[in-house]
Design a protein around this ligand. Structure first.
Ligand SMILES: C[S@@+](CC[C@H](N)C(=O)[O-])C[C@H]1O[C@@H](n2cnc3c(N)ncnc32)[C@H](O)[C@@H]1O
Length: 191
C-alpha cells in the first residue's frame, strides 16, 4: 500500500511538527511507543510529559525509554491526562492520544469520553500556534463507540478560524477501523 496507514500517518505528522527542544505530551503512554518517538524528536534539550492511569503502562514505558537511553528528557506521571494543567509548565508543541485500552492489558480499563474531552480542552489552550494534537481513535470496544462519537462531535464544533481539524480515515474499511484526527492551532487573525 502506498497510502500511509493510521499510525504511520500520525507519526509522520509528529515528525513534521516536533523540533529539537520542544515541549510535548503523550496523553496515553501505554507501552510507550509514542513516548519513545516523542523523546527522540525533542532530544536531550526538549521535554516529554507522559500520562497513564495504569502503573503497568508507566513501567512498560519507562523500560522502553531506558533501553533506548532517552529517559532524561521524559517525565512520566501515573495520573489521568485530565490533570495536564497541573503538570504542564510550558506551551505545548504537540500532544498525542492513542485512545482505547492497553495492548496486552485489562481491556476494561479504557480511555473515556469525559476525561478525553476535558484534556482536549486544556491542551487546545496550552497549544502553541502551529502545534498539533493527534488523536488515534480505536472504537471497536463498547466504551470506544461512545468516546468516538463524543470526540467527533466535539471536533466538528471547533471554530475554524482558530484551528484546522483533519480526519484521516479509510472510509471503505470494515470492522470499526481506527482513524486519526489532527487538530492544528492557527495563527490569530490581525483585526
Ligand atoms: C491504546 S493505549 C495507548 C497505547 C500507547 N500509545 C502505546 O504506544 O503503546 C491507551 C492507554 O490509555 C490509558 N488511559 C486510559 N485512561 C486514561 C486517562 N484518563 N489518562 C491517561 N491515560 C489513560 C490506558 O491505561 C492505556 O494504557
Amino acid at each position: 500500500m502506498n497510502l500511509r496507514g493510521i499510525l504511520p500517518f500520525a507519526h509522520d505528522t509528529l515528525r513534521k511538527v516536533v523540533r529539537p527542544g520542544d515541549y510535548v505530551i503523550d496523553a496515553t503512554c501505554g507501552n510507550g511507543h509514542d513516548t519513545l518517538l516523542l523523546a527522540d524528536l525533542v532530544g536531550i534539550n526538549g521535554h516529554v510529559l507522559g500520562f497513564d492511569i495504569q502503573q503497568q503502562a508507566i513501567n512498560a514505558t519507562k523500560t522502553r525509554l531506558e533501553n533506548a537511553g532517552v529517559t532524561p528528557q521524559v517525565e512520566l506521571v501515573c495520573a489521568s491526562h485530565a490533570f495536564i494543567p497541573k503538570y504542564a509548565t510550558k506551551p505545548v508543541r504537540a500532544a498525542i492520544f492513542n485512545l482505547g485500552y492497553l495492548p496486552g492489558g485489562d481491556k476494561e480499563i479504557t480511555t473515556t469520553a469525559d476525561s478525553t474531552l476535558e484534556s482536549l480542552g486544556h491542551l487546545m489552550r496550552l497549544l502553541e500556534v502551529g502545534g498539533v494534537i493527534i488523536l488515534v481513535i480505536y472504537h471497536g470496544h463498547p466504551a470506544g463507540k461512545l468516546e468516538k462519537d463524543a470526540v467527533v462531535t466535539f471536533c466538528e464544533a471547533i471554530p475554524q478560524q482558530n484551528f484546522h481539524v483533519l480526519s484521516y480515515n479509510f472510509i471503505n474499511q470494515k470492522n470499526d477501523a481506527p482513524f486519526v484526527i489532527v487538530i492544528e492551532k492557527r495563527k490569530p487573525r490581525q483585526s
